[in-house]
Design a protein around this ligand. Structure first.
Ligand code: CAA
Length: 447
């Protein structure tokens, strides 16, 4: 069977930066280490006043099309995954297509366009849709453009405010891919949860602590479901494990849980037992409470062991590189983690071709999905072409009062009539210009 997967990737970061230890922490009266060590974040990317989910998506997509030498005729499908949409009917992909049509010859009249919603897992679902469309033979030789884009903003004063972010990732899903080949083995953990939601409101209602528990529970179920089709996981089976990363501290917790699960009843558990004992088994305890307390103690010991730390440093830590500097990009977050892993392999001069990534996506509400991907021959060229370091270096560093202003600009209930100057100058990119006669948002390309 011809391989299908991600053939090219581009990233677009919001052009502003909020420095968490130096700007955010002092205003909150917090120790900066809460952000750098606890949550694991240094900065978040923020959208300038002329940026939104459409401009970031279209800018990432244009870069990808230019780099790959594509025209609209080459793209048969545009799917945008977002949880920051501003319209209940007209999908963001139509706005993005409109932007792209203003700069390319030809149009996307033939292309199927849609919008995927399931919180942060929607981008991975859109990749699945593209994969299935190609596998079903319905693509007529064309590629799918999958774009994840979010302005992940929280209400001022919400605990989630520390984990904001803004950016987009454009991915080309195609036959004979250059970056990663997808597989059919997948696992799901999915339940009706009210941990994080936006019922007809811009900013989320979040039960922060509970959202973390829900993330871990759905991940565990997805891992078990994945193993039911792919067989028990081996620690050495995959080179990197990119997770959905709302903040790196969350992934630290998920990785420890995954490690405990994977080593259970293996030689690794036996080897560790000499130092920290075997993992608690529920039947050995009188009640659930006692069992859970024993598990917590075991996990505290497990994370200090050399084998765990070695595995974590090699397999998970490298996936967090970009996330630390950009914050939560919701639908893009796991795809940014994949790119971070591949950038780490470049830094280590690791060949990687044929190696496996275990990709763990998550969306509140709630669903986790786990699948394996195989790294393809052309990955290095595709990842080396990214200019994300230059983008991050060029971000404008907001003062606290500037942050307050720009947050207001992006708050739907406040922005009408406000006149805050842009902090950066657009250069060869799509920008938001205002509202049209039916209250649609309008855009133009600035040379
Ligand atoms: N030095 C070192 N560490 C410190 C510290 C210090 N001085 N002060 C605090 N910390 C640590 C804390 O111990 C904690 O780490 P542990 O959980 O490992 O103990 C960490 O820093 C954060 O501190 P708090 O728990 O006190 O932080 P908080 O209550 O203010 O907020 C949060 C944390 C609840 C996650 C909040 O940021 C939030 O609501 N975020 C939005 C929801 C979210 O991201 N949930 C994640 C799962 S849901 C998901 O993944 C979907 C999604 O994208 C939103």
């Amino acid at each position: 069977m011809t391989p299908v997967g991600i053939d090219a990737v581009e990233i677009w970061s919001g052009k502003l930066k909020l420095d968490l230890p130096n700007t955010f922490a002092p205003e909150k009266g917090d120790d900066p280490a809460k952000y750098t060590k606890g949550l694991g974040l240094t900065d978040s990317s923020f959208p300038d006043v002329y940026e939104d989910i459409v401009t970031m998506a279209a800018n990432a997509a244009k870069r990808l099309m230019d780099r790959e030498g594509l025209t609209p005729a080459d793209v048969g499908r545009i799917d945008v995954a977002t949880e920051s949409a501003f319209d209940h009917s007209k999908p963001v992909s139509t706005y993005v297509a409109g932007c792209l049509e203003s700069v390319y010859d030809g149009d996307f009249t033939h292309a199927n366009k849609g919008e995927r919603k399931f919180a942060c897992v929607a981008g991975t679902q859109a990749i699945d849709d593209a994969y299935n469309w190609i596998r079903a033979g319905r693509n007529r030789g064309r590629a799918a453009l999958v774009i994840t884009t979010d302005t992940a903003l929280y209400a001022r004063g919400d605990p989630g405010e520390a984990t904001q972010g803004a950016g987009a990732v454009a991915m080309l899903v195609d036959e004979d891919p250059s970056i990663v080949e997808l597989s059919t083995a997948q696992g799901y953990g999915s339940k009706d949860e009210t941990d994080f939601l936006k019922p007809n409101q811009q900013f989320p209602s979040v039960d922060g602590k509970r959202s973390m528990q829900v993330y871990l529970s759905r991940m565990r179920e997805a891992l078990e479901d994945y193993e039911s089709v792919a067989g028990d996981l081996e620690l050495t089976e995959f080179r990197y494990a990119p997770f959905h990363t709302p903040f790196p501290g969350m992934v630290r917790k998920a990785a420890l849980l995954a490690y405990r699960h994977v080593i259970r009843d293996t030689d690794h558990e036996t080897a560790l037992a000499e130092d920290i004992g075997r993992q608690p088994r529920e039947p050995d305890f009188e009640d659930r409470e006692a069992y859970e307390a024993a598990i917590r103690d075991y996990m505290d010991e497990l994370k200090t062991t050399e084998p765990y730390q070695h595995w974590y440093d090699d397999t998970v830590e490298p996936t967090l590189g970009l996330s630390r500097s950009v914050g939560n990009w919701y639908t893009s977050s796991v795809h940014v983690a994949r790119v971070s892993a591949l950038r780490d392999a470049i830094a280590r001069d690791d060949a990687l071709v044929g190696d496996t990534l275990l990709v763990a996506s998550y969306g509140s509400g709630a669903q986790a999905e786990i699948h394996a991907e195989t790294v393809c021959e052309g990955w290095r060229t595709g990842i080396e072409a990214l200019d994300i370091d230059a983008q991050l270096d060029a971000r404008y560093d907001l003062s606290w009062s500037e942050y307050e202003d720009v947050h207001d600009v992006h708050e739907y209930d406040k922005d009408l009539g406000r006149d805050v100057e842009a902090f950066t100058v657009p250069d060869g990119e799509f920008v938001f210009t205002g509202w049209g006669r039916m209250n649609e948002r309008t855009y133009e390309y600035v040379e």
